[in-house]
Design a protein around this ligand. Sequence first.
Ligand SMILES: *Cc1c(COP(=O)(O)O)cnc(C)c1O
Length: 383
Amino acid sequence: MNSKIWLSSPHMGNNEFNFVKEAFDTNWIAPLGPNVDGFEKDLETFLGNEVHVAALSSGTAALHLALIILGVKAGDEVICQSMTFSASANPIAYQGALPVFVDSEDRTWNMSPELLEVAIQDRISNGKKPKAIIVVHLYGMPAEMDRIMEIAKRYEIPVVEDAAEALGSTYKGQALGTFGDMAILSFNGNKIITTSGGGALVSANEAWIKKARFLATQARDNAPHYQHSEIGYNYRMSNICAGIGRGQMEVLKDRVEKRRANFDFYKKAFAANTDISFADEPSEAYYSNRWLSTVLVEETNGVSRESIRLALEKENIECRPLWKPMHLQPVFANAPYYGDGTSEKLFEKGLCLPSGSNLTEDELHKVATHIQECFKVSADPVV
Ligand SMILES: *Cc1c(COP(=O)(O)O)cnc(C)c1O
């Protein structure tokens, strides 16, 4: 069997191991230490805009703390983009709150500003103003942040950016993760950079980030004994993982460039194929890290995103349908949804192609060739 071509696999640089070794040499084997502080500083410098960062055990944990800090409680409602990974919505349920799902628009595949406003007005007229808005930058593509922030400000609802997939992307030259009242990042194994597992909470509000660090370390009051006035969590990042993160920050820019080059490669390779289309950046304002290269497949002659996915699977090439929208998930069957069918159409046609920054030219060619073959076979007359 050929060696597997992964969707998105970890890609270490030169220094990750040195930071981890330093943690061993100095015995900082704990969820605190110089690497945790250093990684937070690196992220703050990279993101700019005077944000503060708390390094945490996962992006999901970061989103959970964001909702707690915003005061989301049982019975509250939180608006969330439907087209996303379940981790964007699960923390709403952790709080006993109700997710209200909003559909995407078809340029960025992210939250539709029009439908967001429809949802807000309808929830208010039903007697409940949403407590927060979770907007996602899917596959690294910036959401329409100007319009979303304008609507959120007008209704005075805080915005949490789920930038788990979007570290290194910008909107109007400004880093994603610095637009909302808070933002979360993920460093899971398949993200653009990884700490094996990890995440971060980002905010310009320093008090909130301090609060996040406090809640993430079991909410210990300032006393010599263990005293607690609030429910705490064990959500801090390990100093070992943060060491990997410090090394990864040194190569983040290269990783973005390579992922964007993957996208350009696929776009060129399928330029003549009218059944395959791409989500281009809608204007100069949008700069995507192209975490995953995605295509839409127009079903023709039995060739669909699923037939392509299965054909590639046979070749030991990993592809994945786009995220199945949250309003179609059995677990969220009872959640309200405001949509026009955009995310359903994307889910039906969309495929994520191998996109790692460690893919070789040969591997990219192999993926493209096997996809083109799917169309050739179907074009042949059946004898
Ligand atoms: C990966 C991801 C998360 C969760 O991050 P973890 O670090 O895996 O908990 C949240 N939202 C989106 C959109 C993601 O892709």
